[in-house]
Structure formats: C-alpha cells, structure tokens
Design a protein around this ligand. Structure first.
Ligand code: PMP
Length: 313
C-alpha cells in the first residue's frame, strides 16, 4: 500500500500528487497548513488521530487570514483525513499534513483573484527532538515574526523561513533547538514548539500576544496539568533571564511531544536533569494521545474500523 494523498479532490498515490511550478503558494508562501499526529496503539491494533477537530479549526482560521476559501466543514476535513490514512494502511506513529494554498498558476504578489486548493499528505516522522534525553537550546539572534508582519497565530508557510533561520543557526552552533524572543525581548517559542517553564511548582507559558502559535499540545498540557494535577498555568510574558532561573523547562508540539529542555545558552536548567513535573506530564500525555486514558477519548479518532480479533485455537 503506497502512502496516499488527497490532492485536487481525489485520493491518489503520493508519487502522483504534483503541483505546477507556477503555483502561487510555491513562489510567495501563500499557504497555511497543520500537523496532526496519528498514534499507534499496539494493544488495540488501532491508529488514533489526535485532536483532529482542533487542528482543522486552527487551519480554517489560517485560511481566513490568507483569504483562502476551503469549501469543507470540519467534520468533512476530519473524515477526508481518516480516509487518506486508512488507505495508506499505516500501523505505526504517523504525521499528517493538510495544506490549503493559493493554487493559481499566476505571477503577482497578492491574496485576491486567485484560486484556492487543498491537499493532505501522510508520512512517518522520525523523532523530532529527543523526548527521553531532553535537548540543549540557545536563544536565537533571530527575533520571532511580529503580528504586524505576518500573524504567527496562523500556520502560514511563509512564516517558516523565520523558524528555519533560527533552527539552522542553533544547529550549526551545536544546539538542538532555538528559542526565539519577540521584538521587545520576551520569550516567544521554539522554532516549531511552544515553551513552558516550571517556577516554584507553577507552570508559566508565554501568552498568544507574544507571537506564538496557539499550540494544541500546549492546550493539552494546560488541560492535563489543571484536571489531573490541579496545577493552573499562568499565561504571561516571560523574560529571557527567567529561562535561566526556571526549575524546569520543556517544549510542547505535535512533532516534539513534550521535550525536556536541560540547558539554555550553556546554563543548566534546574539541576540539569529532566524535572519531576515534566516527567509527570509526559506520562499523562503519552497515555492520552494513544487513547489509553478513558477520560480523553473524545480527543482520539480511530482510523480503522474495529476488526474482530482472529481466534487462535
Ligand atoms: N509553534 C510553532 C511555530 C509550531 O510550528 C508548532 C507546531 N505546530 C507549535 C508551536 C506547536 O503547536 P502544536 O502543539 O499545535 O503542534
């Protein structure tokens, strides 16, 4: 079974899904996308798609920012996604990338008088950051793009040049990931992750007004901390020096899951090991995304119809 894509209103093998080189979005970054995880539950032999509805709500908001008309309801988008994954037949963790884009073959920078198109691709994703060992970061010399430039609350493809510059600088200097500051010097987020600090038992994370993407993993962590551990998250601007003095620090993201941050700018965070609360949240989170916690099954969509288990005599 080759991986399939949903492309120009049809399900096709990924190798057949090709865009024209004049496609507007390819030249000008006029597209928005999302990243959804499918998590394999080996006990149930089922692949669970995590918070599909919330990902598509965010994608539709991005489309509004870019004046892209996506003629599907959230339910239809969810079902298209499930079908692409089902056809592809994966029995492992996967990553799904829906992308809405200006599909006209036209030269000229604008958002109007252009045709819109939509696709979904499915892929496996190697570990993005080391969830078990944690990562080492630097604050980036690149600043996070401001809402007055390109709104960071949309997952707009063009914005990712900002992330790519920061990630590359970090990588070339020997770090795993970059932490970007806002134009006025507050902590914003990682190149593809939100950031949390643990300060005296409290969870602190930058607010949406500090040019973050409102992450779905961020919201999952805020919800689990509150409902399962009784810890409220404080959303407020964070100074760079607070990173250095935090007791624990971690990234959240669909690709990154919950990744502990052990060191920032050569300074150990806390005692330089994975923190207690970070570990607790990781444990809760991994059970939830694999549909192993009955309280959060609403967040998990099964891909395959339930198959009757084969009886072995
Ligand atoms: N910030 C940025 C810039 C991202 O690309 C991502 C990944 N989508 C996140 C934060 C985390 O968002 P989510 O938890 O919804 O994946």
């Amino acid at each position: 079974m080759p991986p399939y894509a949903y492309f120009q209103k049809r399900f096709v093998p990924l190798s057949e899904a090709k865009i024209n080189i004049l496609t507007h979005a390819f030249h000008y970054g006029t597209a928005c996308f999302d990243g959804i995880r499918g998590n394999w539950n080996a006990d149930e032999e089922q692949l669970y798609l995590f918070r599909v509805k919330d990902h598509y709500e965010r994608l539709l908001k991005g489309c509004r920012l870019l004046k892209i008309n996506l003629p599907y309801s959230i339910e239809e988008l969810g079902e298209l996604t499930r079908k692409v994954v089902e056809r592809s037949g994966y029995q492992e963790d996967i990553y799904i990338r829906p992308l809405a884009y200006k599909g006209s073959e036209a030269i000229g920078v604008r958002l109007y008088d252009l045709e819109d198109d939509f696709l979904i691709i499915v892929a496996t994703l190697p570990a993005y950051l080391d969830v078990e060992k944690g990562c080492r970061c630097c604050t980036s010399s690149w600043r996070r793009i401001d809402d007055t430039m390109i709104p960071a609350r949309g997952k707009i493809t063009g914005i990712y040049v900002n992330s790519a510059l920061a990630k590359t600088e970090a990588w070339e200097n020997g770090y795993d990931e970059a932490i970007l500051l806002t134009h006025d010097g507050h902590v914003s987020e990682g190149s593809g992750e939100n950031i949390f600090l643990v300060i005296k038992g409290e969870l602190v994370t930058p607010p949406s007004s500090d040019n973050i993407l409102l992450g779905i993993t961020r919201d999952t962590v805020i919800t689990l901390a509150q409902k399962e551990l009784g810890i409220e998250t404080i959303e407020r601007s964070v100074d760079r020096s607070e990173l250095y003095l935090a007791d624990e620090c971690f990234f959240t993201g669909t690709a990154a899951h919950i990744t502990p941050i052990l060191e920032i700018d050569h300074r150990p965070i806390g005692n330089g090991e994975i923190g207690k609360l970070t570990k607790e949240l990781q444990k809760l989170y991994f059970a939830v995304i694999q549909a192993k916690n009955p309280k959060y099954l609403d967040w998990c969509t099964p891909t395959y119809p339930k198959l009757a288990k084969i009886q072995h005599s």
